[in-house]
Design a protein around this ligand. Structure first.
Ligand SMILES: [Fe+2]
Ligand SMILES: [Fe+2]
Length: 176
């Protein structure tokens, strides 16, 4: 437990991380689509941690489906805004996705026990807060900056038009 990676590896993770994982305002990053995805991440991972022999396969599939959509949402945000640190972030997504795809594949073939499934849930729960704090928050800040950086241009255009119009009758400007 002395050394932990933020790269989705399974060694040295907190085995009780899924019990500790709770959705709260502390996890909000201020960007709707990402916050929605993160709230859903907490739901599906907690469901996976609490699965039984009957529900395990469904819970695994739910995590896989969720991750595909979640990571797609973030990739789209990166592509649309020309995010500069895309490779590192997508690389981490891919490692996590590969692990889930692999476990789900093995589970479908009946080669994974409940204990392994719960360990996967703990590994995901252990990985997520670090990923959200370091990589997703940086992406959220970048996207917000791009959006707010764009808004004043529109505002300035309106002001320019207003000033242009007003300058025809300069004597009225002091009254406005
Ligand atoms: Fe995320
Ligand atoms: Fe991410």
């Amino acid at each position: 437990m002395s050394h932990r990676h933020a790269h989705g590896r399974q060694e040295g993770f907190d085995e009780n991380a899924a019990e500790k994982l709770e959705w709260s305002d502390a996890l909000l990053l201020g960007l709707g689509p990402m916050d929605d995805a993160h709230e859903q991440f907490v739901q599906v991972v907690k469901a996976l941690a609490g699965c039984n022999a009957v529900t395990a396969l469904g819970c695994l599939q739910a995590v896989e489906d969720h991750l595909l959509a979640h990571f797609d949402t973030e990739r789209e945000l990166m592509e649309r805004t020309g995010y500069p640190s895309m490779d590192c972030h997508l690389d981490e997504h891919q490692k996590v996705l590969d692990t889930v795809l692999q476990v789900n594949q093995l589970a479908k073939a009946g080669q994974v026990g409940l204990r392994d499934v719960r360990r996967l849930a703990a590994a995901l729960a252990d990985w997520f807060p670090k990923h959200a704090t370091y990589l997703d928050s940086a992406l959220s800040a970048w996207v917000s900056k791009q959006r707010h950086g764009g808004a004043p241009v529109i505002l300035r255009r309106h002001i320019a038009r207003f000033v242009e119009h007003e300058s025809v009758q300069p004597e009225q400007r002091s009254a406005a």
